[in-house]
Design a protein around this ligand. Sequence first.
Ligand SMILES: Cc1ncc(COP(=O)(O)O)c(C=O)c1O
Length: 383
Amino acid sequence: MIYLDNSATTKPYEEVLETFLKVSSSYFGNPSSLHSLGGNIEKLLEQARKQSASLLGVKGNEIFYTSGGTESNNLALKGVALHYQKRGKHIITSSIEHPSIKETCQQLEEHGFDITYLPVNSFGRINPDDVEAALRNDTILVSIMHVNNEVGTVQPIKRIGELLADRPRTLFHVDHVQGVGKVPLDFYECHIDLCSLSAHKFHGLKGTGLLFVKEGLKLSPLHSGGEQERRLRSGTENTGGIVSSAKALRLYLQEANEGRERLRQLNSYVRKQLSEMEGIEIHSPDENIAPHIVNFSLLGLKGEVLVHAFEENDIYISTTSACSSKQKKPSSTLLAMGKSIEKADSAVRVSLSFHNTQKEMDTFINVLRHIQMKYANVIRRAK
Ligand SMILES: Cc1ncc(COP(=O)(O)O)c(C=O)c1O
């Protein structure tokens, strides 16, 4: 099997599975219980929090555990919207955010919030000047993703953070789910107030994520009840998931320096091979790009057909993002970048991990050549 769908999810590290099993079997107490079984797991949770914080360069009390990227994004946006709505009801975001941001914004619109969706250029990048122009006295939040999950474009987070630095009434949220480890991000230096992460994107387990909330910031909770996570996220903690996510983050960041370099090499190799093939258009830009994503079209062949043709060869890629791929809609990110519906419809995403190899890339390219030959008639007819 060649797995090239790491933006959808990654294979958990063996050590992560072992930690999950150990915590779930030996430390199965409820952290809120008064007895020692509860106290022991509570200590492990706090250690995990401190470790994750130190790996991310922030303070322990700034980490709140959630069920993943979707929940972190919802909590950031709705938590700010509910808490600060008296201050203003205007939010700025981009037109290529993950559905967990886009649809949260749409929901907030139904509740009277005014959302500005910034355009992107043909590289999928927003212009910080557009952020500046969109800011109003009632803007309570700017939410911009760090790395786009479909094409890999890196947004100018530092520049946007600088623009907002002297506007304490406008908070800055960054969806860092695709960026972590692949494109370094200093939360403090970039003046970020809220930042979302998801463990299953860095070889942790599904159902665990975190939200960085800058010290002193208040949010309205989405879940009320047991007062866990300092009242911001009630509900008995996913203890095995949380403790193993800290391990995943440590192991992942340990291999990130070398891993990024390997990704860069594999990425430029794949891009070179693709650019030498006829009938291929690469949609991922070649600058300001995360090293793990290459988005391209085999022109004339639907992305869905290409995904299944690869699958027949035990190679796993995807069309758009995992959550949108079943909707069979052309990628809204590519449309926002000015690509035609046909191109958006034929686009596929290859997303690498630190563990993919040159040999796998060679096989991938060879299989692509075979698919191109096999579907030559379909491709010719589409022209
Ligand atoms: C950029 C981005 N944000 C948020 C999410 C949602 O994360 P989760 O799957 O943990 O809910 C994803 C998942 O693909 C993503 O790519």
